[in-house]
Every structure is written in C-alpha cells, then in structure tokens.
Design a protein around this ligand. Sequence first.
Ligand code: CMP
Length: 225
Amino acid sequence: MDDDVVRQAPLFAALDDEAAAALKATMTSREVSRGEVLFTEGDPGDRLYIIVDGKIKLGRASGDGRENLLAILGPGEMFGELSLFDPGPRNATATAVADTSLLGVGSDDLATWLNGRPDVARQLLRSLARRLRRTNEALADLVFSDVPGRVAKALLDLSERFGNPTDEGLRVAHDLTQEELAQLVGASRETVNKALADFAARGWLRLDQRAVLLLDIDRLRRRAR
Ligand code: CMP
C-alpha cells in the first residue's frame, strides 16, 4: 500500500503517524477492476473511500440514459462522503476507469474517529469547500465557455493529477474513452472530437489511446480562460 498517497487524503492530513496507523487499522481494502461499478446513484451510502491507486469516475445519468461525469478522481482523493455527512442516497455512480485500490471507512467508525478531532473535521470541511468551488467553476464554464475552452480546461485539470513530464511534453494517461471525455466536458462526442482534432492540428497536443500528450500548455491555458 502506498502510504504517502494515503497520507495526502483529507482524512489523514492532520494526523501524526500513530493516529494515521490507528485510523488505517479501522479501514478495509477493496480492489475494483476497470469498468466495475463500486456503487450506483441512489444506493444507500455507508462508506467513504480513499483512492490508493487507480482512477474512479463519478457520474450521473439522466432519465433517457445520457450520462454526465462530475469528476475523475485519482490517488489520495476521497469520495462517498456526502451520504455519510448528510445521510441519504448516493449522489452519483462510482465506476473504476482503471484497476483501482481503495481504502474504505464505515460511517460509524468515521463518526467515532471524528469525535474530539477538530483538526481532522477541519480538513474534511476544507476538501468539501474546494469541491464546491470547483463545481461552481464547472457550472459557470458550462454557461459561459465554449466547448473547445472546456476541453482545454478539462485536459489541464487532468494533467495536474495524472500528468507525467516526458522529453516531448506532458503525457496525461487519463484512461478515458472519447465518450467519457465528452461526458466530463458536457458536450457531444462529435464536438469534443472536433476540438481535440483542432488542437492537434495546431500542434498544441497529440492524441493517443486513452492518453494525450500536451505539447503547448501555455496556448491551452489561454484557450481555457
Ligand atoms: P456520495 O453521495 O456518498 O456518493 C457519490 C459521491 O460522488 C459523493 O458522495 C461525493 O463524494 C462525490 N461527488 C458528488 N458530487 C461531486 C462533485 N461535484 N465533484 C466531485 N465529487 C462529487
């Protein structure tokens, strides 16, 4: 298990080594394969998860079967907390987009753990506040930005978490199909493909199977504004 990654998670950020080990002892490991659904929107929720390795997509489906992706999360990130802090059904479906290792903590254990630990509670609030900020930004982008701008922004966002510097540029192995990328941006696959092809023709990036090589990050940033 990658200890450093787990220690970055909001739940662990305020803990010393001893407390972190004690918390970890109350958590259970879970492995999910690429494509496997961990839980479905509307399910009762009783566990919070931290990603140790891999990637999880959080998505919502409309009545007619269309899907929208709220987020792609990677190592050190947490999800599944909403239905614990505000008891109710799962707000989104969690699916592995790569083989993924998770640590889970049940709501009762978490409540006991948070009692008398204001520092940990503060870190959790901070991560919820960040998520709200990010969601507000995505909402504004849906209204104010065009599709190419949203595609550029999504790629830069993915690069911050999944980017690997190479001699040629920043390689982002996002593991998403073009359909999933379109669901993340909130546009049709055709429009997103067109934007990607245009960026590639300008030399800003190179497309690869479930990955992208970012070649001109400055231009992409300007396009994302
Ligand atoms: P929960 O409702 O228990 O299960 C689905 C999870 O998706 C939810 O908890 C959050 O952890 C996560 N989630 C919901 N909305 C967002 C969002 N806008 N951005 C990132 N994660 C989210």
